[in-house]
Write a protein that binds this ligand. Structure first.
Ligand code: XMP
Length: 623
């Protein structure tokens, strides 16, 4: 039992609140919106999370009677974020017979869109304790469509944004604060300060220590494993490398069996594997991956197939080991380096939307988890926590500081397309009908804009999206390009979730002829993805900025001027928690030299695009 309850309305960021609190030295519990009164009564502070729903939806989670009593009668200090804010304000206004919340406006009727995804500037009008030390004009991170339009009774606005009158609201005579932005995401400058201010209002003492937590994970792992054997697939990325080191520190070597499944990542990855375990068993599954992913175009389908192949390999290798060691198959446990974002983006909480099924969380694995055949010691931790465990365990620094890699590797970095023709998609027709308006919008800042008919995954207002891309052509100016990258998905949020800059070719007159080509994950496209990626990573190292970028990679896109070539997207982001991210702005010379080298040394590449999108509205990967 801790002092702080986080009520989970299904936001992708709920556990980030927990994470930020831990960094400040406070433990917390995540509870469901219908948690009983008696349990909630023990907490000294309540935080209502955001969520993907609208208060106008019939079956959307409500403010329970228990919470209402605790907040308004027992006066437990409360911080309500995003959906939590809308719920609380609507609850109070409805009691007085009016609506506080307004449904998302698309802005299509000529007005401004109410949606805000990503960076917004907060203008503080009233400096109360909750915003102490936060200067007006600072960046906060938004992800919402609906908004608080009319203040509930006995409340006043503390801050606004260009789009929103009530970005922060306080209830008079209560310690209740509502924020439309997310203080828990690292992109909100001073977000931790706001959470700290709230804790100070609640007057609770620190009660969290990370070494103690590692000890607790060790004890829990030992209890679950008992005297069974462990099989773990190690890819050489951050999480599985820390997992390997962690397992070595708790399980005797004769009961630990590490495997490396080859087929999805570049040949050079094997170097990392050898650093961890020179005797690791290598399973070459290249043919299996190419065969089963042939002509598969949908990203979710690809992810599930990859997950299934991993499960098959686990079953096969367990059988072999069981025979060899003469022990029963049920005496083997699969250890996975799953971290919290994998769980939550795969739809791991009751009210959260599925953003993308991570390969280590497909249905078959969830079944294995239910019967105790899988352990995931890091499943409630974020990337930063896992790296910290790696440091405590003295893991090789190169393995900790390398950029993260997704489990499905190259397979989700080749965007697939079933045909040479434009997709037969209603959304694309709407996007094309928006194109003129988008051009007008960009023209005002001196840029021309093109609709690139490729869809990618995104996240907007805690909901998963799959929408089209806008390409910008013009001078490489940071302020203007990032402003457009932020504004276009807000303004045209029905159809667009990603914005890229055309960095090559220099002559863009032919852009009107850019078409979609047929493409799937095969040895040729994998080779192109690896080659472009190696150019990007090498260039970041040479420019001495690899460690300042949180993650960078190249994506192969099925676009071409003549149906023979491909496009490459350069993605480079800055983030701490990988739940939100912003574009890492590459210096002009570097971007153009990388683009030039990609065009020159990979003859199939006809166009290079630099991804300017933040998360939200995009996700870090394209699929
Ligand atoms: P997204 O694209 O969801 O990515 O913004 C967040 C972080 O997770 C990585 N990622 C994955 N990692 N299996 C993984 O182990 C997956 O299926 C997967 N998908 C995305 C991504 O590279 C980024 O660091």
């Amino acid at each position: 039992m801790t002092n702080i309850a986080i009520v989970d309305y299904g936001s992708q960021y709920t556990h980030l609140i927990e994470c930020r609190l831990r960094e400040l030295g406070y433990n917390s519990d995540v509870v469901m919106p219908d948690e009983c009164f008696d349990k909630l009564l023990n907490y000294k502070a309540l935080i209502l999370s955001g969520g993907p729903r609208s208060v106008f939806e019939k079956d959307a989670p409500q403010l329970s009677q228990a919470l209402s009593t605790l907040i308004f009668e027992k006066e437990i200090p409360t911080l309500a974020i995003c959906y939590g804010m809308q719920l609380l304000c609507q609850h109070l206004a409805n009691k007085s017979g009016y609506d506080s919340v307004k449904k998302s406006d698309t802005g299509k009727a000529g007005g401004k869109s109410s949606s805000e995804y990503g960076k917004t500037v907060l203008k503080i009008s009233c400096q109360e304790k909750i915003l102490e030390g936060v200067p007006s004009g600072e960046v906060v991170w938004m992800s919402h469509g609906d908004y608080v339009y009319a203040l509930p009774p006995n409340s006043h606005s503390l801050a606004s944004t260009d789009n929103l009158r009530n970005a922060a609201v306080a209830l008079i005579n209560h310690s209740v604060y509502c924020l439309q932005f997310h203080p828990e995401v690292s992109q909100t400058k001073n977000g931790s300060k706001i959470i700290q201010n709230f804790i100070a209002i609640c007057q609770i003492s620190p009660d969290w220590d990370s070494r103690q937590h590692l000890q607790a994970i060790k004890e829990d792992t030992l209890k679950r494993v008992q005297n069974k054997h462990i099989i773990a697939f190690i890819s050489g990325g951050n999480d599985s490398s820390v997992l390997a080191e962690f397992l070595k520190s708790v399980i005797p070597a004769e009961r630990l069996h590490f495997f490396y499944v080859q087929g999805l990542d570049p040949a050079t990855s094997i170097q990392n594997i050898r650093l961890l375990d020179p005797g690791i068993t290598i399973v070459n599954a290249s043919r299996k991956f190419f065969t089963r992913l042939k002509k598969v175009y949908n990203p979710e389908e690809k992810r599930v197939i990859i997950g299934k192949i991993f499960v098959e390999i686990w079953e096969e290798e367990t059988r072999k080991l069981a025979r060899k060691l003469n022990i029963k198959e049920r005496n083997f446990i699969l250890a996975q380096g799953t971290i919290y974002p994998d769980v939550i983006e795969s739809g791991g909480s009751k009210h959260a939307d599925i953003i993308k099924s991570h390969h280590n969380r497909i249905r078959e694995i969830q079944e294995l988890i239910k019967v105790g055949a899988v352990i995931e010691p890091f499943s409630d931790l974020f990337k930063g926590d896992v790296r910290e465990i790696g440091r405590i365990l003295n893991l090789d620094r190169r393995l900790i500081s390398q950029h993260p890699q997704p489990g499905p590797r190259d397979a989700i970095r080749v965007i697939c397309s079933p045909a040479r023709a434009l997709p037969d998609d209603n959304l694309l027709d709407i996007a094309f009908s928006d194109e003129k308006d988008i051009q007008k919008f960009c023209g005002a800042l001196g840029y021309s804009a093109w609709l690139i008919p490729i869809k990618s995954k995104g996240i907007q207002g805690d909901q998963s999206t799959y929408k089209y891309t806008v390409g910008l052509v013009g001078k490489y100016r940071r302020e203007e390009l990032l402003t457009l990258a932020n504004a276009i998905p807000n303004q045209f949020n029905d159809t667009i979730n990603r914005v890229v800059y055309v960095s090559s070719p220099a002559d863009t007159t032919s852009l009107a002829f850019l078409g979609v080509r047929k493409c799937d994950f095969n040895p040729e496209t994998k080779k192109i993805a690896d080659h472009a990626n190696s150019i990007l990573v090498k260039s970041l190292h040479l420019a001495n900025i690899y460690n300042s970028v949180s993650q960078a990679f190249a994506v192969v896109a099925p676009v071409s001027f003549d149906s023979n070539g491909y496009g490459v997207v350069i993605r480079a982001i800055e983030t701490q928690d990988f739940m939100t991210a912003s574009c890492y702005w590459l210096p002009e010379r570097l971007l153009f030299s990388i683009s030039k080298e990609i065009m020159k040394s990979i003859p199939e590449i006809q166009i290079v695009l630099y991804d300017l999108t933040s998360k939200p509205p995009g996700t870090i990967e394209w699929e």
